[in-house]
Design a protein around this ligand. Structure first.
Ligand code: PHB
Length: 394
């Protein structure tokens, strides 16, 4: 078997893995990033689109992206819609911060470009089979390249940034599923359509027929979702039926319609790994935790993990100081569980659970009113949605 030697082996070229590699490279810490997908697949897969202000500032200040400022759209609020009325949550007035609409695959294009421009090691089409010797000073990733060649990547540290179906997780928790789970009895039906925006900001709508999110991509392309059964076949709806579903879930407003050119069903769940660190292997991003998309926390939480692990690895690899690494899990988990709570809360407040009773329904409207009619309620939502300050281990 061929062996490659590096300081940090990073499994997964998503936002977490690529951003960590970028920050490490700025401290002259060499890494190898692998991903089983092709560059094209990574750069074109449609994911969520909301970045917290802290995420944007870090992408910019670290030199990872300039387009994130010039090509994103700042949103200073969202609308919560229920019982036929829209209620604006004014982020700017409440917390002096905003969020930015900039799709995840654009972030990935930027991170891949900066990695390749710097001449750093990034390998597509390489599958991580397993991690060996996690608890030694020489952990290794056993990989298979697209032509079947086996390559061992030997490192001082291994990072599992390989998403919700993580292979790395087994080396940290002892199993692929080792974590705290919550399943939801619904999924999102997502569409991309060619139409002008239906509103200036995102609309999160609760209706008797279920939840809908009216998001955007550009002046001509819109992204929308509606709550559906997890077993739904994305092809089972005609375009007309999709518009009927969407319109029925935003009572009191009318959406601009247009041709739907992409559709998908997104199942979601809440998950937090039992452990984030074992020996010289750490988990970050979706490998460590998955949140339902309602709070728009996914990619932002991954970046918050990266900020902490970057600090811990600099101390470990440049100064032989393990203290920050020892503090990593506890600090990361505090934010992870806050984000889990927020994402669960937004999800349960806005969706209609199958079999919900009249009591459940009326209580839910009471909850929504408690939020929009209270400045404290609105402020909590604004603080969490725009993102808590990025913390440091020191
Ligand atoms: C999206 O635009 O894809 C999006 C926005 C906000 C969310 C989830 C998804 O909470």
């Amino acid at each position: 078997m061929k062996t490659v030697r590096t300081r940090v082996a990073i499994i997964g070229a998503g936002p977490a893995g690529l951003m960590l590699a970028h920050l490490l490279s700025k401290a002259d810490i060499e890494s190898v990033v692998i991903d089983r997908r092709s560059r094209d697949e990574i750069e074109t897969t449609i994911r969520a689109g909301i970045l917290e202000q802290g995420t944007v500032e870090l992408l910019e200040s670290s030199g990872a992206s300039t387009r994130v400022r010039t090509e994103s759209t700042r949103h200073n609020g969202i609308e919560l819609r229920f019982a036929g009325n829209g209620h604006r949550i004014d982020f700017d007035a409440l917390v002096g911060r905003g969020v930015f609409l900039y799709p995840q695959h654009e972030v990935l294009k930027d991170l891949i470009a900066v990695r390749l421009a710097g001449g750093h090691d990034l390998r597509f089409g390489v599958t991580a089979e397993r991690i060996e010797d996690a608890e030694t000073a020489r952990p290794r990733v056993i990989t298979t390249e697209s032509d079947g060649t086996q390559v061992a990547i030997e490192a001082d540290f291994v990072v599992g940034a390989d998403g919700s179906h993580s292979v790395s997780r087994a080396a940290v928790t002892g199993s692929h599923t080792g974590g705290y789970f919550r399943e939801y009895p619904f999924a999102w039906f997502g569409v991309l359509c060619e139409a002008p925006p239906s509103a200036e900001e995102l609309i999160y709508s609760n209706s008797p027929n279920g939840f809908a999110l009216i998001s955007q991509r550009s002046e001509t392309i819109q992204r929308m979702y509606f709550q559906c059964d997890p077993e739904t076949d994305a092809q089972a709806y005609t375009e007309e039926q999709l518009w009927e579903e969407l319109q029925s879930r935003v009572p009191g407003t009318t959406l601009h319609e247009g041709p739907i050119f992409q559709r998908d069903v997104l199942r979601f769940r809440s998950f937090v790994s039992h452990e984030l660190l074992r020996g010289r292997v750490a988990l970050i991003g979706d490998a460590a935790h998955t949140v339902p998309p309602t709070g728009a926390k996914g990619m932002n939480l991954a970046i918050a993990d990266v900020v902490l692990l970057d600090q811990a690895l600099r101390a470990l690899l440049l100064d032989d100081d393990t203290r920050l690494l020892d503090a990593f899990s506890e600090k990361a988990l505090r934010r992870i569980w806050k984000a889990q709570h927020f994402s669960w809360w937004m999800t349960s407040m806005l969706h209609v659970a199958p079999g919900a009773s009249e009591f459940d329904r009326r209580r839910q409207l009471g909850e929504l009113r408690s939020v929009v009619e209270s400045e404290s309620g609105r402020r909590y939502l604004a603080e969490a949605y725009t993102g808590w300050p990025l913390e440091s281990l020191t």
